[in-house]
Write a protein that binds this ligand. Structure first.
Ligand code: M6R
Length: 614
């Protein structure tokens, strides 16, 4: 997963490329680079690490490219080859006439590289992408036509790609194509903006064309020629983007992550708006396109997701099974796609994804769609590839999430599952009316409860300072908060690099307890409900092994004072909603630990916000 941009038009190109790359930094930040057409030749500039390094490389070269009006750019999340300048894109062919940027993975690049080396191509990098540059170079030498050369070369590629290609002979022409990777073209007046994602183009135009797989487009300042996968000229389908340009600002917060954590009360209000009016009225979820009869006939639900979205899906399983009595399987998309799964027309398949671009989940959804399942997508990006595969689409409307560590999108996904489960329970009549009313009332006051947590974070900050220098961390929980333990641990790992693991507490005694001693913090997510007493016992067992005990709790139980070294208190809440309330302090704990350790909170090492490779 990487981000690519391109521009052809009449404006100075470099600022447009750099600004576009900045909007795509969530896709990777291992290295960056641009190629621009100057009056003599294609000039390539690259830098290791974040975009600020590329800006420094460009500064002394302004005179070289000040009149350039065409170029391509790339921001990299390394897959093949270390994140060095040599491996940074753009890549060029031997003679330097072709320059390309690429997002995706070429699976047969080793074979292609061998063939190209045998023909005399000299490789400078370890990337799969350089293979494409040489291959297009070879084809161009044969056909002397850039579009044709791209068409021919891509026929030999296996894997995923979005490509922008330029050639020294063409002052004003970029050729683009894609397969299983996103690519959008913004349409201006006498100019085109190319990008992996909308944020890079939205401030220039709201008119856009999403390229389809295997289509090839040739762009000049005043023409857009689109070829279908079969090579026929087709009319580009122009869409109006449902986006407003947003200035991505931290609004006074030190990091985007902290800002996004604080946005959660509004995120909950937003998703409930128009769907839950009063506790006495039924949930309105017109987004679900299954008829009521079909919903009643469902005999199974499969949910696929990755990372944080997977943890939201695990809570979703608890909710749907508890309230709707339909069996639910939750599986990481990356596992789901490599085994035989059994579905029939009575199976609903749900994909959950903040970005809507996660390659594993897209593949899982495509497979289920091909088997005829109804596809319901829960995403923060209703304009994404995944959303376009949906039969039913629930947008979670959390707003752009910039921080790589997901926070507000998780809470929004949880809320989507509460709405879905209650909606289905109402249709199936699987829960007493009085309980439904009670649950809906509680759901309406969740934003205030989150606000209460956010209004006083001193104790969490103190706890973060006390535990920041630990090497390992264990989170334990039971029942509906087991996913909370996993997600709490994931947040800490991602942004502090502390080895954190979430366990269902009953499993502790089956092995992990061996790790406990006076150096190991154990954070127990001790929310009142059916497993409270059991978890208290598991916490006692950990304490007996001298672990450093922390409680996250809504209980006033006096026993807790002697059992725990630290107590993080949250407002009282019914057990079923405790995942929403208990996650907020865990996000904050991870945030403050990372900040205390001086880590890069918003862009932690080795990660990217959108994982578009399998
Ligand atoms: O965009 P998605 O929700 O599909 O992304 C899935 C994971 O890559 C994502 O949740 C990842 O685990 C985050 N960094 C978590 O903070």
């Amino acid at each position: 997963m990487c981000g690519i941009v391109g521009y052809v038009g009449y404006q100075p190109v470099v600022d447009i490329l750099i600004d576009g790359l900045e909007q795509l930094e969530y896709r990777g930040y291992d290295s960056s680079g641009i190629a621009v057409k100057t009056s003599d030749k294609i000039e390539v500039f690259k830098a290791e690490g974040k975009l600020c390094n590329l800006r420094e490389v460009l500064k002394p070269n302004v005179d070289l490219f000040k009149d350039s009006t065409m170029g391509i750019g790339h921001i990299r999340w390394a897959t093949h080859g270390a994140p060095t300048v040599l491996n940074a894109h753009p890549h060029t062919c031997n003679c330097g006439n072709i320059a390309i940027v690429h997002n995706g993975i070429i699976e047969n690049y080793k074979e292609l590289r061998e063939q190209l080396e045998a023909k005399g191509c000299v490789f400078k990098s370890q990337t799969d992408t350089e293979t494409i540059a040489h291959l297009i170079g070879q084809k161009y030498a044969e056909v002397k036509d850039l579009t044709k050369a791209v068409e021919l070369a891509t026929k030999e590629l296996e894997g995923a790609y979005a490509l922008c290609v330029m050639h020294n002979d063409h002052k004003n022409k970029i050729v683009i194509t894609k397969r299983n990777a996103p690519l959008v073209v913004g349409i201006g007046e006498g100019e085109f903006f190319i990008a992996s994602d909308v944020p890079a183009i939205i401030k220039h135009t709201k008119k856009a064309v999403y390229l389809g797989d295997n289509q090839v487009a040739t762009l000049t300042p005043d023409s857009f020629e689109l070829l279908s996968a079969d090579g026929d000229i087709i009319q580009p389908k122009v869409e109006i983007l449902p986006w407003e340009p947003v200035a991505l600002s931290k609004m006074g917060y030190k990091h985007f992550m902290l800002k996004e954590i604080h946005e959660q009360p509004d995120v909950v209000r937003n998703i409930l708006f128009g769907k839950l009016h009063t506790p006495d009225e039924p949930i309105i979820l017109d987004e679900v396109k299954l008829t009521k009869d079909k919903l009643k006939e469902l005999n199974r639900i499969q949910i696929v997701a990755c990372g944080t979205s997977l943890h939201a899906a695990m809570v979703g399983k608890y909710l749907i099974e508890q309230l709707c009595e339909i069996p639910v399987d939750v599986e990481p998309s990356s596992e789901y796609i490599y085994r035989k799964t059994v579905t029939d027309s009575h199976t609903l398949v749900v994909g959950v994804s903040q970005s809507g671009e996660t390659a594993d989940t897209i593949t899982a959804i495509k497979q289920s769609k091909a088997r005829g399942s109804h596809i319901l997508i829960i995403t923060n990006r209703p304009d994404s590839a995944m959303a376009r595969l949906a039969d039913s689409l629930i947008p979670v409307n959390a707003g752009i999430e910039v921080s790589v560590a997901a926070t507000k999108s998780y809470t929004a996904q949880l809320m989507a599952f509460y709405l879905l489960a209650l909606y289905m329970a109402e249709i199936k009549n699987s829960v007493e009316q009085s309980l439904l009313i009670n649950l809906k009332s509680e759901m309406m006051i969740l934003p205030q409860k989150i606000e209460q947590i956010l209004s006083s974070t001193e104790n969490i900050q103190k706890c973060a300072r006390a535990y920041a220098n630990t090497r390992d961390f264990i989170y334990i929980a039971r029942g509906i908060n087991f996913p909370t333990a996993l997600e709490g641990a994931l947040k800490l790992k991602e942004i502090s690099y502390i080895n954190a693991t979430g366990y269902c507490a009953g499993e502790l005694k089956h092995g992990p307890i061996a790790m406990l001693d006076e150096t190991m913090p154990v954070l127990s997510i001790l929310m009142k409900g059916c497993v409270y007493e059991k978890l208290l016992t598991n916490s006692e067992e950990a304490k007996a092994r001298n672990a450093r005990m922390i409680a996250l709790t809504n209980s006033r139980d006096e026993k807790l004072e002697s059992l725990f070294d630290y107590i993080l208190r949250v407002p009282d809440v019914q057990e079923i909603f405790s995942p929403v309330i208990s996650m907020v302090p865990l996000q904050l704990l991870a945030y403050y630990i990372s900040e205390f350790l001086g880590k890069d909170v918003d862009q932690p090492r080795n990660l990217a916000k959108s994982v578009t490779v399998e």
